[in-house]
Ligand binder design. Structure first.
Ligand SMILES: [Zn+2]
Ligand SMILES: [Zn+2]
Length: 282
């Protein structure tokens, strides 16, 4: 008789260090030739097109909501709906980020390229700061275009619903920009962005850094990060991983022993910090 043995952090707490993981990875991975002008980091016209359509998709309901509110002198509900949209966007990015970090692969329909991109991000986190704007946001812009336009139509002239849809989807689309800012050094960021991070309105560098450290199973939310503490303290994702494992027999990647998919190439990161110009052509 076989015995099912889940490999979950609910059941054990592996003592893994980032340095040890980096050393393990260094023996099994090849340092990529990433350049700031290379095709994988640059924005293309299709990227810009999908970012433009995504922006139009979330800005249109916001503009419509403002117009309706001004003509009806009733702004309280749309404002509350916008706050709710902002808060739930953070929660949504947490669940989505957890799902694509842990399940599926490059061949998964619809989201395979995003799964591959996030796996690459765990190995070389700093590269997100070198991605051009549209290159970083185009996948979410395209998803938004196809999923939110029908919601805009359903909302009709309901100002609160339009406000919620616009703000929530806009925060989700720009979560990858907030994520990139969380990987940047403060001196490279506009003062307003640093102020928003320090105020807790955008995901902070310190908060997101925990996501890239062992045990690699927390801090998934990347809009404001307001849900990270409660989700991690309640072990929401670890419970979900157990449910998926016992129902479907699928292990999340976060249960795996240290491997190149989850570890950071420290050599490359150190090169980036010491000499960003040299690292462009490594
Ligand atoms: Zn991740
Ligand atoms: Zn990251």
């Amino acid at each position: 008789m076989s015995v099912i043995t889940p490999h979950c952090h609910l059941l054990r707490s592996p003592k893994r260090t980032r340095h040890a993981l980096g050393a393990a990875a260094a023996t099994t991975t090849t340092i990529p030739k990433l350049t700031s002008t290379g095709p994988s980091l640059r924005s293309t016209w299709p990227h810009r097109f999908w970012v433009a359509t995504g922006c139009a998709t979330f800005l249109t309901p916001i503009a419509k909501s403002i117009t309706i509110s001004l003509t009806s002198n009733s702004a309280l509900e749309p404002i509350l709906a916008a706050v709710l949209g902002y808060a739930l966007a953070d929660l949504a990015t947490g669940f989505y980020h957890w799902a694509i970090d842990n399940y599926g692969g490059p061949s998964t329909p619809l989201v395979g390229s995003q799964i591959q991109a996030f796996q690459g991000h765990h190995k070389w986190p700093w590269t997100i700061t070198r991605r051009e704007f549209a290159n970083n946001l185009h996948a979410l812009g395209r998803s938004l275009t196809f999923t939110v336009i029908p919601l805009d139509l359903v909302a009709g002239d309901n100002a609160a619903a339009l406000s919620f849809i616009g703000v929530c989807s806009g925060c989700i689309m720009f979560s990858q920009q907030f994520h990139a800012w969380a990987h940047s050094t403060k001196r490279r960021l506009p003062p307003a962005v640093v102020a928003l991070q320090d105020a807790g309105l955008l995901v902070s560098r310190a908060g997101h850094a925990k996501h890239h450290r062992a045990p690699f199973n927390n801090n998934y939310c990347i809009v404001s990060g307001m849900w990270n503490e409660v989700l991690d303290e309640m072990k929401v994702f670890e419970v979900l991983e157990m449910v998926v494992f016992f129902k479907l027999g699928v292990r999340p990647r976060s249960w795996s022993e240290p491997s190149s998919e989850w570890t950071e190439e420290e050599v490359e990161v150190e090169a980036e910090i010491k000499d960003p110009v040299v690292s462009k052509v490594v």
